[in-house]
Design a protein around this ligand. Structure first.
Ligand code: ADP
Ligand code: MG
Length: 211
């Protein structure tokens, strides 16, 4: 940053298998989001190695990285990040449309998934017209519609009240169990981390504890 270099991560090692559910905990600024962005191939590390499906991500060019993200990774963010000018249905179907699946097929799948997360009555709404809990359920449906190997979630309940947070977490658990999608979730809330099968604690860019 400017003339100062900030070491966001100073040494992390993590392995996940299909179907794992791992929570990353630690205080603000410890490097959780940076780690998630690297694992999601949204950022490049200065050093170290990162493999997904046995492929070295660092060696991929931008086109291959884009395809990898589109096909193998799903993202859920704290503030939902739905596209404001698209309907809820279009938002959920977007990963399949980007992958050039036929529209009818993409929208059918989006409707089925919307029913599963309980927002089938909001499909024609715009993101600004639905509640935070509904928006996050739509974002979750969008994140898994292409059946990614890895779902990355950065503080996914951080802007929800506790009952909506619980509902969203329950859906994470179901999708992890039923679809076998590996989940890597950052949170600073112990009760959120408790639903994961494993918790890794970070401090100052380092992993300090894992169970
Ligand atoms: N783009 C950036 N430029 C400079 N420093 C950054 C940037 N992104 C993150 N950092 C710094 O890296 C560290 C880790 O940040 P982050 O991964 O966002 O932590 P967390 O998600 O755990 O709150 C913090 O000290 C933060 O200020
Ligand atoms: Mg963060």
């Amino acid at each position: 940053m400017g003339g100062t270099s900030v070491a966001a991560l100073r040494g992390v090692s993590l392995a996940m298998k299909a179907g794992d559910f791992t929570a990353i905990m630690g205080p603000s600024g410890c490097g959780k989001s940076t780690l998630l962005q690297l694992c999601g191939a949204m950022d490049r590390a200065d050093s170290g190695s990162l493999r997904l499906d046995g492929r070295d991500i660092a060696s991929l060019n931008d086109n291959d990285l884009t395809r990898l993200r589109r096909e193998r990774i799903g993202f859920v963010f704290q503030f939902f990040n739905l596209l404001p000018t698209l309907s809820v249905l279009e938002n959920i179907a977007m990963p399949l449309l980007l992958a050039r699946q036929p529209e009818g097929q993409a929208f059918d799948k989006a409707r089925a998934l919307a029913a599963r997360v309980g927002i089938e009555h909001r499909l024609d709404h715009m993101p600004a017209q639905i509640s935070g809990g509904e928006a996050q359920r739509a974002a979750l449906a969008r994140a898994v519609i292409h059946e990614p190997a890895l779902l990355i979630a950065d503080e996914p309940t951080g802007s929800l009240d506790s009952s909506n947070g619980q509902l969203v977490l329950q859906l994470f658990q179901e999708l992890n169990r039923d679809l076998g999608i590996a989940i890597l979730m950052a949170t600073h809330d112990q009760s959120v981390a408790a639903i994961a099968s494993r918790t890794i604690r970070m401090k100052d860019g380092l992993m300090i504890d894992s169970n």
